[in-house]
Each structure stands twice: as structure tokens, then as C-alpha cells.
Design a binder for this molecule. Structure first.
Ligand SMILES: [Zn+2]
Length: 355
């Protein structure tokens, strides 16, 4: 007879179930993702790079993926159009490729910085040669998104500007191997102005420190070459950011249950094991993490159906599953590919890109 113990969650990283979960998502997204149809490229990024982190990229049809992603790139009709201030990156999905204006006429919709980042990361992951991309319109038009303070809008028609979109722009330039799409000095100044009195970074200057914003800040500075890796070991040399305070703030985000929180007094959540754990990795302070505690916490968020949830015992979602896989990669889980923290993909996918 089955005992109660048979139904307990496994106490190990259950790679086979995670692969089943990703395969299910790859074949057909569950209906509750329908409202996120506009973010299809982002969801595809979690699935495809997720397969790569799990060392199982052979399970997807790479040619089909390349064809689909390339079909979402926006192209200006001519030089004139390129200079009108629109952003020519990638659309989030087919349905966002066109939108109707007030007269009911279909007009090209603005593409989005986050979709463009995801598109390039997917293409690089499946081995597409990014030098084949028509990158001039992307880089030329991306300049229009940078504000005078150095921050970035995600779309040409105006929206919030903060560190998330600056990170996307930095990653895009890095992956394309061309910095003409942005003013790096201004971007650097903006990032520095986002470091808070407690050492963490807020999404905009003067805002509360946040794990995700702190990741965007540190990863961007590293990709732009303004900080070295393993900064903690070079603490005696002057640095453009306050490293000891930053390390302190980041380490304090690991709570008593072993998980990481995004901000003080918030519950621990799977994704911050990557956002904050990743910052500590870049800074060379990963060794101070309580790894056993973190592993224990993450396993309470591992679903019996595969994937990870935000909080212990909930149903899994793609976002937290992907960052759960990355967190386990940072913990050197056997059988997983090492992750390039700064770029949000695996080390092997970044071959040819130099940090
Ligand atoms: Zn989360």
C-alpha cells in the first residue's frame, strides 16, 4: 500500500519533470497565457533558453524557431521612415505586429526593447549567426529611445523609462557587437544615480532598492565594461559604485527560510535567487550565500508537475520556472549548463561574444 511518504515532493532537482513541463509549454501554451499573447517572444525566451539551461536544446526544432523569430522583426520601408523616430526592433508576437489606428487602418505597431532582447537571445541560443541580422535599423532607431538622462523608453510612442529597458538596450548592443545604438556614458551616469543609500539599486533615481533593478544595474555596467568581474576581490581599487554596501544589501536579501526576497520585509520568491544571487555571482560574493538553505527553499517551490512556482506550494509558471532553473545552475546542479548571468542565457550560447 502506498504510504504518505510516497507523495512527498522529491528532495532533488527533478530535471525529467522540468523537461516534461517545458515540452508541454513548447507544444501548446495553457489558456491562462492567452492574455499574454502580446508577449509571446518573452514566453518563448523562457522556454527555449530554459531547454538550453537544462542541457536539452536538441528537443526543439531550431530552424522553425529561427524562421518564426526573424518573421517578427520590423523593417522600415525606406531611409525616410527610419528617421521618423519609430523603433525598428522585434514585435512581441504576430498580433502586436499590426494595430489599427482610430480610422481603422492597420498601421505598423512599435516594436519593443524587451521583445528585441528576447528575440536576439533566442536566436543566439539556437545558434543563429547574429551578424546576418539587418541590425542597422535596430541600432539607428534605438538611439531615439534613449532619454537625455541616459535611461531608455521601451517603445517609441512613450512609456515609463527605467533600468529594465536600459538593460535591454545594453544587451542588444552587446549581442550585436555594436554600441552605436546608445550613449554608454549617459547610460552609466543614469545607473550610478539609481544606487540608493542602502547600497541596492532602484528602478529610477531616488526609488527604493529592488532585486530586479539591482540586477539590471550591475549586469549593464558589466556588459558595458565599466566594472570588472569578481569586484569584491578588487575592493581596494576605486569603483564607480559602492561595492561593499551593494554586497551587504544583496546578502541581506537571503532570509531565514533560505530564499531570497526582492526587497526588505517582502516574502522570499524563487526568481530573486537568480536576480540577487546573480548579482552576487557577478561581484564574486556568491561564496557567502547559504547554498544549502537556498537549495532547500527552491525545492519547496518545485512543482510535482515540473517547473517552479513563485512561492512554496503554488502552481508553477514559466517565469519562475526559468529563473528556478537558472538558480540551480548557479548552485552548480549537475547536468545543467552554466549560465552567463549578465546576458541571461547559457555560457555556451554566448560563444563569440566577449565580456
Ligand atoms: Zn518572482
Amino acid at each position: 500500500m502506498a504510504s504518505e511518504d510516497d507523495f512527498e515532493e522529491p528532495q532533488f532537482f527533478d530535471k525529467d519533470r522540468h523537461l516534461q513541463f517545458l515540452e508541454m509549454m513548447y507544444a501548446l501554451l495553457p489558456s491562462h497565457y492567452q492574455t499574454q499573447e502580446i508577449n509571446r517572444l518573452t514566453l518563448a525566451y523562457f522556454i527555449i533558453v530554459g531547454f538550453d539551461v537544462l542541457g536539452s536544446l536538441d528537443r526543439i526544432d531550431k530552424d522553425a524557431v529561427i524562421k518564426w523569430v526573424l518573421s517578427l522583426q520590423a523593417h522600415p520601408k525606406n531611409e525616410d521612415e527610419l528617421n521618423k523616430g519609430q523603433f525598428y526592433g522585434f514585435h512581441g508576437s504576430r498580433s502586436s505586429q499590426f494595430q489599427s489606428n482610430v480610422e481603422g487602418v492597420s498601421v505598423p505597431n512599435g516594436s519593443h526593447l524587451a521583445s528585441t532582447y528576447c528575440a536576439l537571445a533566442i536566436l543566439k541560443t539556437v545558434g543563429y549567426d547574429l551578424s546576418l541580422i539587418d541590425s542597422t535599423p535596430i541600432l539607428e532607431s534605438m538611439k531615439n529611445l534613449q532619454q537625455s538622462d541616459g535611461s531608455f523608453m521601451p517603445i517609441h510612442s512613450g512609456a515609463e523609462t527605467d533600468l529594465r529597458f536600459l538593460f535591454c538596450a545594453v544587451s542588444i548592443c552587446f549581442m550585436l557587437g555594436n554600441w552605436s545604438g546608445m550613449d554608454r556614458e549617459k547610460a552609466k551616469e543614469y545607473i550610478i544615480s539609481c544606487q540608493s543609500y542602502d547600497g541596492g539599486f532602484g528602478l529610477i533615481p531616488g526609488s527604493e532598492s529592488h532585486g530586479g533593478a539591482t540586477y539590471c544595474a550591475v549586469a549593464s555596467l558589466r556588459l558595458m565594461g565599466f566594472i570588472e568581474d569578481d569586484l569584491l576581490s578588487k575592493i581596494t581599487s576605486p569603483c564607480i559604485i559602492d561595492v561593499p554596501m551593494l554586497v551587504d544589501w544583496s546578502l541581506q536579501r537571503q532570509a531565514g527560510d533560505g530564499g531570497f526576497q526582492g526587497r526588505p520585509n517582502k516574502p522570499t520568491d524563487t526568481c530573486y535567487a537568480f536576480w540577487v544571487g546573480g548579482v552576487l555571482k557577478i561581484l564574486g560574493a556568491h561564496k557567502f550565500i547559504d547554498e544549502n538553505g537556498l537549495r532547500r527553499f527552491l525545492l519547496t517551490c518545485q512543482s510535482q508537475y515540473g517547473g517552479f512556482s513563485k512561492f512554496p506550494g503554488q502552481l508553477p509558471d514559466l517565469y519562475h520556472s526559468y529563473y528556478g532553473f537558472c538558480a540551480f545552475s548557479l548552485l552548480d546542479e549537475p547536468g545543467l549548463h552554466p549560465v552567463s548571468v549578465e546576458l541571461g542565457m547559457t555560457d555556451i550560447a554566448t560563444v563569440g561574444l566577449s565580456l
